[in-house]
Ligand binder design. Structure first.
Ligand code: AMP
Ligand code: FE
Ligand code: FE
Ligand code: ZN
Length: 283
C-alpha cells in the first residue's frame, strides 16, 4: 500500500458494458496501486464472484456493488448499491425486470438505426455484448463502431443514441425512490451516481434530496468526471446539509469510456469506513 490510499467505488466489467473481464479489472487495479475497488456493473451481480476470487489473490479489497438503472420523471438516474444481499428476492426480481427492458429495446433501436440508413442485426449487437446479461445502448454503440458507422462509443451516443438522439427508445427503469428502498431493504448502502452529470442538474434539484434521505439514501457521488469543479463544490455542501456521504470514483469502463481511468476520482478512507460499517450494521 502506498502512502495515499486509493479507493475507487464505481467501475464496470464486461459483465455489463466495461471491456475487461472482472478478474482482469481487479488485476489492473492491483497493478495501478488501488487499495479498494467496487465493481458496480449495470443491473447485475454476475461479475462479483469472479472479481472477489481475483481480489483475494492480488491484494485489492473488493466492495461488492451494483449500479441500478432508475428513473425520475421518465429520465434516467443511476443508483449505486453497496453490500446489498445478492439473494434478496425483491431486488433480484426488479433487476431482472430492468435487464429485460434494456434488452427488449435493442430491437426497436435497431429499427430506428435502419431507418436512418445504419442497418445492424441483433447478432451484431449480441456479439459485442459477449456473455453480458445486461445488453444495452453501449453494445449497440460498439456494433456501430464495428460496422464503421462511427469512430467510437462517444460519437454513437452524441449523434444517435443519447436520450434526445434520433435512435433513442425509452425503456423500463425503476423509480428512483423505490430503488433506494429496494437497496436499503436488502441491507445495502445507496448512493446516487453522477447526479448532475450530462446536464441533469434540473432533474435532481436541491429540493429533492430530503425526500431521498427519507427513503433511506446514504450518499451522493460527488467527485466524478461528469461534474465540473463548481458542481462538485455545490454537491459537496448539499451532501453535508442533508447528512449524506460524499463519494468519488472513476466510473471506469475499460476501453469503453475515455477519461475514466481507474482511480481518477476517489473516495476518502473515512467515507469508505462509514460505508463498510453501515453495511455491517444492516446485515
Ligand atoms: P442503457 O442502460 O442501455 O440505456 O445505456 C446506458 C449506458 O450507456 C450508461 O450506463 C453509460 O455507460 C452509457 N452512456 C450513456 N450515455 C452515454 C454517452 N453520452 N456517451 C457514452 N456512453 C454513454
Ligand atoms: Fe455504463
Ligand atoms: Fe452511470
Ligand atoms: Zn457507471
Amino acid at each position: 500500500m502506498g502512502s495515499r490510499v486509493i479507493i475507487d467505488l464505481h467501475t464496470h466489467s464486461s459483465v455489463s458494458d466495461g471491456t475487461d473481464r472482472p478478474a482482469e479489472l481487479v488485476a489492473k487495479a492491483a497493478r495501478e496501486g488501488l487499495d479498494v475497488l467496487a465493481l458496480t456493473d449495470h443491473d447485475t451481480f454476475d461479475g462479483l464472484d469472479e472479481a472477489a476470487a481475483a481480489a483475494s489473490t492480488c491484494g485489492v479489497e473488493l466492495l461488492r456493488g451494483i449500479e441500478m438503472s432508475t428513473q425520475r420523471k421518465g429520465h434516467s438516474v443511476h443508483l449505486l448499491g453497496y453490500g446489498a444481499r445478492e439473494d434478496d428476492p425483491a431486488l433480484l426480481a426488479e433487476l431482472a425486470r430492468i435487464r429485460a427492458g434494456r434488452t427488449d429495446r435493442v430491437s426497436p433501436v435497431l429499427a430506428r438505426l435502419a431507418e436512418l440508413g445504419l442497418p445492424l442485426s441483433a447478432e451484431d449487437v449480441r456479439r459485442q455484448a459477449g456473455d453480458s446479461p445486461s445488453v444495452g445502448r453501449p453494445h449497440v454503440a460498439d456494433a456501430m463502431v464495428a460496422a464503421g458507422y462511427v469512430a467510437d462509443r462517444t460519437e454513437a451516443f452524441d449523434r444517435y443514441l443519447s436520450d434526445d438522439g434520433p435512435a433513442h427508445v425509452p425503456r423500463y427503469a425503476t423509480g428512483l425512490v423505490e430503488a433506494v428502498g429496494l437497496i436499503r431493504a436488502a441491507g445495502g448502502v445507496a448512493v446516487v451516481a453522477h447526479p448532475w452529470g450530462r446536464g441533469k442538474e434540473w432533474l435532481l434539484p436541491e429540493t429533492l434530496w430530503p425526500e431521498l434521505v427519507a427513503a433511506g439514501l446514504d450518499g451522493i457521488e460527488v467527485d466524478h468526471f461528469d461534474h465540473d469543479p463548481g458542481q462538485r463544490e455545490r454537491l459537496r455542501s448539499l451532501a453535508g446539509r442533508n447528512g449524506l456521504l460524499a463519494t468519488g470514483s472513476s466510473d471506469h469502463h475499460g476501453l469503453g469510456k475515455v477519461d475514466h481511468e481507474l482511480g481518477r476520482d476517489t473516495t476518502t478512507p473515512e467515507v469508505y469506513a462509514e460505508i463498510v460499517s453501515r453495511i455491517a450494521s444492516r446485515v
